[in-house]
Design a protein around this ligand. Structure first.
Ligand code: ATP
Length: 366
């Protein structure tokens, strides 16, 4: 499958409405598992529908390889059925009056393939998705998860170059969702299909994607591997959207009055003069450590004094809640904390664990 390229893609649903998607540049390469990630209403589904050809662009263009498939400027619009993409939405819309085997075969019949080839393909995907044993049942006789597997099988049977999935696992319970994620990863490897997957669940995106595109308010915030997104968030929005428990953010400015904000300002202003004393620093909970004595804090660390206000066991690890007069921090530790509520401690983190953002929330650390 050639690369899919969105350039300056824009969608506006009405004369007086804001852009659902603005100036979006996205490159989806062959064999990629791309997750579009972002909060509700950020434009993920619109983007997927524009790629599928279910929405036309209000500006910009989409190319598949060298071929323009949507461009107002060129007056081109290639309809969905000519884009060779498979779509699976949240509701998986199986035909209730057809057996599982006939449902799986549905797309192939439409394409009028020879019977022997159809049968071979249906068998292969039914085996791969472990639904062959239900071949003679009807959709109403299957669980939600099994039905979702049939919906995927129906798509894979026609072997689309690109599979577009819109929150396809949202109706499943936690365990099934996990199983289906593993299944999707296996299928992606086996069928080498390009997948574009919409989700608002950062954990889902982190576990599945080869590339994540984080969106907010119709614009692309960052595109990168799951590690890039987690370890080098491009701005505060990405930093705060990805990670659980969420990243700690300490805002500071040169007129700050709280102890922690003053310490942050003093520490960061000397290292990052371009901040001019205003900005914020993000520290992931697992990157923070604590000490009860000042002399145990390693030289050069970013550090501050706080009070222990919560000790939350999470099964094998603990989350500590630390407070100062103005800030609350969460710290994850794998060693049983020998601390009392109300005890004073010093948190610390090495400089390389700090994500420093300017006053506009843009990353300035390497
Ligand atoms: P969710 O995760 O809730 O599905 P999303 O990120 O997929 O959200 P979209 O469905 O793409 O977001 O919607 C983006 C914006 O466009 C929203 O403000 C939404 O209200 C608006 N929108 C979506 N579809 C239409 C439509 N058919 N007509 C008018 N506005 C629409």
């Amino acid at each position: 499958m050639p690369t899919i390229n969105l350039r300056g893609a824009q969608k506006n649903y009405g004369v007086n409405s804001a852009n659902a998607v603005s100036n979006l540049d996205l490159e989806i390469r062959d064999g990629e598992f791309m997750c579009l990630l972002g909060p509700s209403g950020c434009g993920k589904t619109t983007t997927l529908r524009m790629i599928a050809g279910l929405e036309n662009l209000s500006g910009g263009e989409i190319r598949i390889g060298d071929r323009v498939v949507d461009s107002i400027f060129d007056g081109v619009f290639v309809p969905p059925e000519k884009r060779e993409m498979g779509l699976v939405f949240q509701s998986y819309a199986l035909w209730p009056h057809l057996t599982i085997e006939r449902n799986t075969d549905f797309g192939l019949r439409l394409r009028k393939l020879p019977k022997a080839e159809r049968e071979a393909r249906v068998e292969k995907v039914m085996q791969a998705l472990d639904i062959a044993k239900y071949r003679d049942r009807y959709p109403s006789q299957l669980s939600g998860g099994q039905q979702q597997r049939v919906a995927l099988a129906r798509m894979l049977a026609v072997n689309p170059g690109v599979l577009l999935l819109d929150e396809p696992l949202s109706n499943l319970d936690a365990r099934l969702r996990l199983e289906m994620r593993a299944e999707l990863k296996r299928l992606h490897k086996e069928f080498k299909t390009t997948i574009v997957f919409v989700t608002h669940d950062q954990w889902e995106a982190m576990t599945l994607a080869t590339t994540i595109a984080v969106m907010n308010e119709g614009t692309l915030q960052q595109m990168g591997t799951p590690n890039d997104i987690y370890d080098r968030p491009a701005n505060r929005f990405v930093a705060e959207f990805v990670g659980s428990p969420p990243i700690n953010i300490l805002s500071f400015d040169k007129n700050g009055t709280s102890d922690v904000a003053k310490e942050a300002e003093a520490y960061l202003s000397s290292r990052y003069p371009s901040l001019r004393g205003i900005g914020s620093v993000g520290i992931r909970p697992e990157a923070l450590s604590y000490a009860t004595r000042k002399e145990d804090v390693p030289q050069g660390s970013f550090s501050g004094k706080m009070v222990v206000t919560g000790i939350l066991p999470t099964g094998g690890s603990w989350i500590l809640e630390l407070r100062s007069d103005s800030h609350t921090l969460f710290l994850t530790t794998h060693a049983l904390p020998r601390l009392e509520l109300g005890e004073k401690v010093r948190f610390f983190a090495p400089p390389e664990a700090l994500h420093v953002f300017d006053k506009d929330g843009q990353r300035i650390t390497e």
